[in-house]
Structure formats: C-alpha cells, structure tokens
Design a protein around this ligand. Structure first.
Ligand SMILES: [Zn+2]
Length: 166
C-alpha cells in the first residue's frame, strides 16, 4: 500500500464499486446477456464462433474498433478457462484480429483485455490509425467510448468483417 501511495503521490485511492465481488461472479452481466444477439443499440455482431462472439460497437471514433467476447459461461479472468477453452478463445480472437488487420489501416494492432468496467472476459481489438490521437501510447478509453461511429461506415465494416470471418 505504501509503495502505491508513494508512486501515485496525491492521487486519492478508492475502493472498487459496490457489488464488485458479485459482478465478478456474473451478477447482472451485460455480456452474458449480449451473447447470441445479432445486433442491438450497442453494436453489430460480425462473428459467432465456438468460443468468441465479435461485435463492432457503435461507440467511439476509431474505425474498425472490434470487441471479441468469450461466449461461454460467465468468467471474469482468462485463468478460469480450461486449457482447451483458453486456446480456442485466443485463436478465435486472433482470427477476428486478422480480419480487422486486413480491413483497416493501422500503424499497430492493440488487444486490450481489461474488464475493469464489465468483468466478463473480452478483448478490445483496436487498429491504431496512421494519424492517431496518442501515437506510441495506450489509447485513452474516451476514443472508444465517446461519440458514435458513422452508421453507414459501420454497416460497410460489418459486412466486410462478416464476409472475411464466414
Ligand atoms: Zn458474463
């Protein structure tokens, strides 16, 4: 604790939100509810695999931003998967990543597995554009969450990725 305080200086340390332990176990999990859905207000599915369902979210401002969701029982950590499940999850995530890589310009592909807000195993696959808000650095969440993708471009991207992944 002292080490964290020293490193963070004046930053106030806060507890995780109420009910976090239950959310880790899957209570009211929005991704458990999402699996199997083709399209909703949040995003459009481009891949339904054995281990992964992948979606293009309508949010954010990075073209090609894709989320690969573990589509089995609720797990919050990849370490909860059996070896075969972990291999399947990662290989299907890479399959989606390859399709995104082929379809969108990128200076670098990013794979973010955080789960700090929605603790159901998923990966944010982000093709970092050639002209980027913070090149050579992690992308702030606001670029994936704020604003809305252009509907027409999202539709074109969804068709492209779906056809590559079928
Ligand atoms: Zn879940």
């Amino acid at each position: 604790m002292t080490a964290i305080m020293d490193r963070m200086g004046q930053t106030e340390l806060k507890p995780w939100r109420d009910g976090w332990a239950e959310q880790l176990e899957g209570r009211s999990c929005v991704l458990c509810e999402l699996v199997g859905v083709r399209e909703n207000a949040w995003g459009v599915r481009v891949f339904a695999g054995q281990y992964v369902d992948a979606y293009l979210p309508r949010s954010g401002s990075i073209p090609g931003y894709t989320v690969a969701v573990w589509n089995g029982r609720h797990v919050s950590e990849p370490t909860e998967l059996k070896d075969e499940e972990a291999a399947g999850y990662w290989l299907e995530t890479l399959r989606v990543g390859r399709a995104v890589q082929q379809s969108f310009e990128h200076a670098k592909m990013n794979y973010q597995m955080l789960g700090n807000n929605v603790p159901h195993l998923h990966a944010h696959i982000v093709p970092r554009p050639l002209l980027d808000p913070v090149p050579n650095r992690p992308l702030p969440w606001s670029f994936l969450d704020d604003g809305r993708q252009d509907d027409r471009m999202l539709g074109i991207a969804a068709e492209r990725l779906s056809s590559l992944l079928t």
